[in-house]
Design a binder for this molecule. Sequence first.
Ligand code: COA
Length: 254
Amino acid sequence: MTGITLRHEGATLVVGFDRPDKRNAITVEMYGELAAALDRAEADPAVRVVLFHGTDGVFTAGNDLRDFLENPPDGPDHPAFRFIRTLASANKVLVAAVDGPAVGVGATMLLHCDLVIAARTAQFAFPFINLGLVPEAGSSLLLPRLAGYHRAAALLMLGDSFDAETAREIGLVSRVVEADALQTEALALAARLAAKAPEALRQVKSLIKSPRHEVDTRIVEEAELFMHRLRSPELREAIDAFFAKRQPDFSRFA
Ligand code: COA
């Protein structure tokens, strides 16, 4: 049991984050499984849509913070980067159904999904700055493009969480529904997409996405800074503070 569930609903591959005791935080093993599942889906003509979801009231708390200390990403072949690359390069339609916290990569991955449906109770955050980190997964390019510079700056420089309605206003979420309708609505949306002409749908996706080269380049630039930051005393202070359930104190850093 890796913390990832996979099931097929018609032409939809339903991918679940399933580690609720740790708020579905994503471990190295889970990233590996996610990347492999996306690779298989990409090669499988029977899969037309991939739908991501969490468990009741939690999408995902993002990267497992213990892994940041014990198994930090150390190069482009690390499963976390493989997952991000497979998301960014997916030709299949990606849908996400979000309830509860969608934090860190749980929020940045949504920038690579084509449609995002959220429960009214969803909460989003790009908390990298609060961990002494920089944004990842191309979010430093895609978020300002989506939300405008000043809103992106507020989200990435303050790292505060924000609600589903705000996520809809900035364009991160396509539709907000009641929590008890989320799964049904998301599956219905995926089924509608899966019924469209597949080649035309792939072409629409390719036309409307930001240019691949630009996004790929930014992902690599961010990853280099991110890996460097993972070895910083600022990150160590932030993660120690998280597990000690206290606020980080960055006052001693220059
Ligand atoms: N990595 C590892 N463990 C995590 C985690 C993460 N990203 N997020 C939560 N957990 C663990 C907590 O340590 C806690 O474990 P414990 O029961 O052994 O003490 C458990 O999950 C529950 O977390 P808690 O903070 O009590 O849950 P909550 O419902 O009050 O808050 C979040 C949920 C997601 C808002 C909060 O856990 C959080 O902010 N997590 C960190 C998010 C983050 O910074 N992610 C990395 C982004 S790069």
